[in-house]
Design a protein around this ligand. Structure first.
Ligand code: RAT
Ligand code: ZN
Length: 421
C-alpha cells in the first residue's frame, strides 16, 4: 500500500502537534496543593522539593541512618542529607530526582554548580503569591484541584472561618477518613454534632453521614468526592465501607450531581517506619469497580489505578461504562516508561475520552516538572497517532488538534464532572 505521508509532512505534523501539546493550558485534576490562604499547608521551595516523600524513600536505599534518627532531624537537615545522597554521591537519574532539576532549570536557576546554599538563597527571596503565579505559568497550569479533608485539623478551621476563594483553585472532598477509618471517624463526627453509631447500620447514621457530606460539599464547593482504596477493596461486601457507600456516599453524589473519584491499589504503610513514604502497591480486583459502574448508572466514577497490571482492564471497563472516566498516571505509574505505555493504551482503547495525567503535586514547584515531562510524552504519543491517520490520507487541522489536546488536558474531565471552566 502506498504511504500518504512523506518524511517532510511527518516532520511538519510533528512540529505542530508538539507545539500544541507543549503549550496548551492544563487543568490539574488532582493535587495535594492548597490555595495560598491556607498558608503553611501550601508547600513550596527547594527544601520541600527535597523532602518530598518520593525522594525520602529513594534516599533510604543509599544511607543506613536509623529511621527515627532521620525523622528527628530538622527539615533543613533532612533536605541536605537527601541532596547529598541522591544528587552528590549518586547521579539523580530517577524520575523524582530528575524532576527537581527540571524544576530548578525551568525557573532559571543554574544547577551546574550544585550549590545548595545559593539555590536556597534564591527561594528565600520569593513570596508565595509571586511563586504561585510563576509555577503555574511555567507549568502552563490554569486550574488546580485540591484534596480537601474536613478531618484534617489544620485545614478544617480555615474552611470554618471562611475566606474569599482564589479562582485558580477548586476543591475535592476527600473521604478516606470516613470510608476507610470509620472507627476513628465516629468519635469526630459525634463531636461535631453528627449522631452516628459505630456499627454504621442504622438509617439515622446514614442520614447523619449524608448531612455531614452535604454540609462539607457545600462549604468547600466540592467538584467531586474522592477516596483511595486498598487492592483488597471489594464491592459489594458485607462491611462498613459498602454500607456507607450504598446508603450515604452514592445517594449524596446522585442528589448533588457530584462524581465519586476512586483510587484503588494502594497498600498503606507497608513500611510504617517510612511514614508518608511507606505506602506500597498491589493489583486490585476491578470487579468491584464493574459492580459500581453497572449497579449505579446514575452515579459517575472518575478512576485511576495504581498498579500497572490493572491498566488494561481499567481501559476495557471504560469502554463498557460511560459513567466511568479514567484519569492520570498515579504515583508509582508517574514515570516516563509507564506514562508512555498507559497513554498509548488508553488512546488506542478509548480515543480521546479520558484524562491522561494529573500531577499529584504536594509541593507547588512540582507542577513544573510533572507537566513538562508528561506534556513531552503525550506529544510524542499524539504525533504517532496523528501520523498513523495521515498514512491513510486523513488530515487533522490545527483547530482539531487543539480541540483534542484541550479535551485531554482537563476539558473532558471537567465536562464529565459537570464543572466546565
Ligand atoms: O502521590 C502521593 O503523594 C501519595 O502519597 C498519595 O497522596 C496519593 O496521591 C493519594 O492521593 O492518596
Ligand atoms: Zn494524591
Amino acid at each position: 500500500m502506498k504511504t500518504m505521508l512523506t518524511k517532510a509532512n511527518r516532520a511538519s505534523l510533528a512540529r505542530q502537534v508538539e507545539e500544541i501539546a507543549l503549550s496548551t493550558p492544563v487543568t490539574d485534576v488532582h493535587t495535594h496543593l492548597y490555595e495560598p490562604v491556607f498558608k503553611d499547608l501550601l508547600l513550596w521551595g527547594l527544601d520541600e522539593l527535597l523532602v518530598y516523600h518520593y525522594l525520602v524513600a529513594e534516599s533510604f536505599r543509599y544511607h543506613d541512618l536509623p529511621y527515627e534518627k532521620f525523622w528527628a532531624l530538622p527539615k533543613a537537615r533532612q533536605a541536605e542529607l537527601i541532596w547529598d545522597e541522591l544528587f552528590i554521591k549518586h547521579s539523580p537519574v530517577s524520575e523524582a530526582c530528575r524532576g527537581v532539576l527540571t524544576t530548578l532549570h525551568a525557573i532559571g536557576l543554574d544547577v551546574r554548580k550544585r550549590d545548595l546554599p545559593s539555590l536556597r538563597a534564591w527561594f528565600a527571596r520569593q513570596t508565595v503569591d509571586q511563586h504561585v503565579t510563576r509555577c503555574m505559568d511555567l507549568a502552563g497550569v490554569q486550574r488546580i484541584y485540591m484534596t480537601n479533608s474536613p478531618f484534617d485539623d489544620l485545614e478544617r478551621p480555615v474552611w470554618e472561618k471562611g475566606f474569599r476563594r482564589d479562582e485558580r483553585f477548586r476543591s475535592a472532598l476527600r473521604i478516606d477518613a470516613l470510608l476507610v477509618f470509620w472507627p476513628q471517624a465516629v468519635a469526630r463526627l459525634n463531636q461535631w454534632g453528627y449522631k452516628v453509631d459505630a456499627k454504621a447500620a442504622s438509617q439515622k447514621t446514614f442520614d447523619e453521614v449524608r448531612r455531614f457530606l452535604a454540609d462539607w460539599s457545600k462549604r468547600i464547593d466540592a467538584a467531586y468526592l474522592m477516596v483511595s482504596l486498598s487492592p483488597d477493596f471489594k464491592f459489594p461486601a458485607n462491611d462498613i465501607t459498602t454500607r456507607l457507600m450504598e446508603k450515604a456516599v452514592l445517594p449524596h453524589c446522585r442528589e448533588h450531581g457530584l462524581p465519586f473519584a476512586l483510587m484503588p491499589g494502594v497498600r498503606r504503610a507497608v513500611n510504617p517506619q517510612l511514614k508518608l513514604a511507606g505506602d506500597g502497591v498491589g493489583a486490585s480486583d476491578l470487579t468491584a469497580l464493574q459492580n459500581l459502574c453497572a449497579g449505579y448508572p446514575d452515579n459517575k466514577f472518575a478512576v485511576t489505578v495504581l498498579s500497572r497490571e490493572n491498566q488494561h482492564e481499567l481501559g476495557v471497563l471504560a469502554r463498557k461504562f460511560r459513567n466511568l472516566h479514567i484519569f492520570g498516571c498515579w504515583w508509582f505509574t508517574n514515570v516516563p516508561l509507564l506514562i508512555d505505555e498507559i497513554t498509548r493504551l488508553r488512546l488506542e482503547l478509548l480515543g480521546l475520552s479520558f484524562t491522561p495525567q494529573h500531577s499529584d503535586a504536594r509541593v507547588l514547584d512540582q507542577i513544573i516538572y510533572k507537566w513538562q515531562h508528561s506534556r513531552r510524552i503525550i506529544a510524542k504519543v499524539l504525533v504517532d497517532k496523528y501520523s498513523d491517520l495521515a498514512e491513510t490520507g486523513w488530515k487533522v487541522s490545527r483547530a482539531e488538534i487543539q480541540r483534542d489536546v484541550q479535551d485531554l488536558y482537563g476539558g473532558a474531565f471537567e465536562r464529565f464532572i459537570g464543572c466546565p471552566a
